[in-house]
Design a protein around this ligand. Structure first.
Ligand code: ATP
Ligand code: MG
Length: 658
């Protein structure tokens, strides 16, 4: 089992994949880049001074008197400072005469659209703030937001931030149970929801799940309901309130209060890829500082001209940081999209890029691999020439997926930034900068200025170049989590007990010969094969590099001979057919030839779908459960439970070839 392999694995992660392709920044972008090489040196010379400079990009009502108070593992940033996140996202821009700038081009699933300026968004947020106050929400109270991807979701979040309530967004696709446990955890007083939302062109209901979830949860005093689909809903007079009744009649004036820099801003649950989701707490000043800085630096944002699009759901941290707080704090124009990549057709994303002239697009490798599967003819039909920076987040991006993205979406001219971070880190930590780094396909390259990240071995010693091990963070950073809501023990145990004094994210990594950082997947997913620690990511990347493979998930399953053996699940590209024994042999040989005989899989299964979290990550732990014939673990964040049935049904007869 994975746990044993971690204890037994005394050697560090094998470094099997070799990559020689390099993509230096385009000259034009580099000449005018927001961040140059000098930022790294400045931050290294005075890390806290560097973060003070970034904090000063924001509006503070009262300046801080201390940059950092560090009582490991508890950090406070910018103590004594007072700041309002919503004011930084809205009022500041309106007051500076930029109220007419578009904050969001919202693209609804059935094809409806809305254009919302900063001035309009500010008015909406003030009205919602007044409404929440009227419903009895006070500073520090928790408000659950269980919504489709509509502008009111952002309005509700910023209204909470404005009045000092703590928002807890729960992904709109989650079940009653998932919503219920999060309500228990947070003791939310109000739930903001909608009658329903649109998914793949059809209306689906949301309110019934809320009704079920709040039935035995008296802590919830009110349910505030946006009318989105117009479908019939059950109604509890006294508890339920329509948004258009409660919010629209409010004044657009609301005088904001400045909150302490460490005042809680939100709780966000992790994706649940490796275990039961953790309720991560973020606070105001440090979070906003790093989110705002990274959005500006990593994407080289020019707020006057760029159109920025994070193609993710607000129900996970990428949406919080790079649909809401990053872009708005920088006064940027964003696209917000309610729907899926294939509704009504598989070119939907590229149609949106073309329609709004998107200049910066940020999405997950899972989406990119899906586009690979659909074929390059689809994006080729659209004009993508407005793009100038592309980003990837959520999982390691396989080198071939990176190359496909760069070529077919970026026209072989646009830099791709692979950004490593977590719900816990709040903002990007490791990434190339588009105007500085010569990017390598699949590498997150190096920590951002002001971030001190290292790769260490089992004993916590830094690995030399060419070595593999664990990624760690050596120094506190402004947007770091302040804890797990209601569970301080789990906070210390999960992140701070593995290595003395180091933050442990739980991901494997390596340094290449140049010292650049590559992420190699979850530590829980590392396989121990005949005494070698092998990363699932490297085997997956080797498989995806085969022209017939679109996507792969790899796990280590107990094996009497080798300790663990490599078991692979692959999805083929559109034109590759259904596989067959010849293809399986070809793929096994291909992995052996790319990574060495040690990494040759025991078994390869061709499947139609892989189990994924709602945020699009492969849940290898479930595949391992199946491969080892165990009962499935926590599936509460799984997108589609029938996927596992289909895979289990297929497994027995494809077992045990040579
Ligand atoms: P849980 O913690 O509940 O298991 P999760 O880790 O998937 O879920 P998130 O916070 O959404 O929850 O994801 C963060 C993780 O995603 C990182 O720890 C890392 O494993 C992976 N990740 C994110 N971006 C990258 C990237 N650019 N390269 C490699 N891995 C990435
Ligand atoms: Mg995690």
């Amino acid at each position: 089992m994975a746990e044993d392999s971690r204890e037994q694995g005394h050697e560090t992660l094998s470094n099997l994949l070799h990559e020689t392709r390099r993509f230096p920044p385009p000259a034009e972008l580099a000449a005018d880049a927001n961040v140059g090489e000098d930022a790294y040196a400045a931050a290294e010379a005075d890390r806290l001074g560097f973060w003070e400079e970034q904090a000063a990009r924001l509006h503070w009502d009262t300046p801080w008197n201390q940059v950092l108070e560090w009582n490991p593992p508890y950090a406070k940033w910018f103590t004594g400072g007072r700041i309002n996140a919503a004011v930084n996202c809205l009022d500041r821009h309106v007051d500076a005469g930029r109220g007419d700038r578009v904050a969001y081009h919202w693209e609804g699933e059935p094809g409806d659209t809305r254009t919302i300026t900063y001035a309009q968004l500010k008015d909406m947020v003030c009205q919602a703030s007044n409404a929440l106050l009227e419903l009895g929400v006070a500073k520090g109270d928790r408000v659950a937001i269980y919504m489709p991807m509509i502008p009111e979701t952002v309005v509700a979040m910023l209204a909470c931030a404005r009045i000092g309530a703590v928002h807890m967004v729960v992904f709109g696709g989650f079940s009653v149970d998932a919503l219920g446990t999060r309500l228990d955890d947070s003791q939310a007083k109000v739930v903001v929801t909608a009658d329903g939302g649109y998914r793949r062109g059809k209306a689906s209901a949301l309110k019934p799940a809320v009704d079920d979830a709040v039935r035995d949860r008296p802590a919830v005093e009110h349910v505030l309901v946006v009318r989105r689909t117009g479908q019939d809903v059950a109604w509890d007079e006294g508890r339920d309130v329509w948004w258009h009744d409660a919010v629209d009649r409010q004044s657009t004036e609301h005088t904001p209060e400045a909150h302490d820099a460490e005042h809680p801003l939100y709780i966000m649950y992790t994706s649940g890829t490796t275990a039961k989701p953790k309720g991560i707490l973020h606070t105001t000043g440090g979070y906003l500082t790093q989110v705002s800085y990274t959005h500006w630096a990593v994407f080289d944002l020019k707020a006057d001209t760029d159109v920025f699009w994070t193609a993710a759901d607000i129900g996970w941290v990428t949406g919080h940081s790079y649909i809401v707080y990053g872009p708005l704090s920088n006064g940027a124009t964003s696209v917000m999209y309610e729907g899926t990549p294939d509704t009504p057709h598989q070119g939907r994303f590229w149609e949106i890029v073309q329609k709004y002239g998107v200049t910066i697009a940020y999405m997950a490798p899972t989406a990119i691999r899906t586009f690979m599967k659909w074929g390059e003819e689809i994006p080729a039909r659209f004009d993508l020439s407005s793009l100038r920076v592309l980003g990837s987040v959520g999982e390691p991006i396989n080198p071939e997926a990176y190359m496909w993205y760069r070529k077919n979406i970026g026209g072989d001219r646009v830099p791709v930034v692979d950004t490593w971070w977590q719900t816990e880190t709040g903002a990007v930590m490791v990434s190339p900068m588009p105007g500085v780094s010569a990017a390598k396909p699949g590498a997150a390259m190096r920590p951002l200025p002001g971030i001190v990240v290292d790769v260490v071995d089992d004993q916590g010693e830094p690995v030399p170049n060419g070595g593999g091990g664990f990624i760690v963070v050596r120094e506190p950073w402004p947007s770091m989590l302040r804890g797990i809501w209601g569970d301080p023990e789990r906070y210390e145990k999960t992140y701070w007990s593995r290595f003395d004094g180091l933050y442990f994210p739980g991901d494997g990594a390596k340094r290449d010969e140049d010292g650049d950082i590559w992420l190699l997947g979850r530590v829980d997913d590392v396989m121990l094969v005949s005494g070698h620690n092998i990363s699932t990511t490297e085997v997956e990347s080797a498989l995806v590099a085969h022209p017939k493979v679109a996507e792969a998930a790899v796990v280590g399953a107990t094996d009497p001979v080798t300790g663990q053996a490599i078991v692979c699940f692959v999805i083929l590209r559109g034109e590759a057919g259904d596989g067959g024994d010849d293809l399986v042999k070809e793929l096994r040989d291909h992995v052996g030839a790319s990574l060495g005989p040690i990494a040759k899989p025991r078994q390869i299964m061709v499947v139609q779908e892989l189990p994924k979290t709602r945020s699009g990550k492969i849940m290898r732990r479930l595949l391992r459960d199946v491969a080892e014939n165990r009962q499935l673990g926590d599936v509460s964040t799984l997108t589609d439970s029938t996927v596992m049935d289909a895979i289990s049904a297929k497994l027995p007869d494809s077992r045990g070839e040579d």
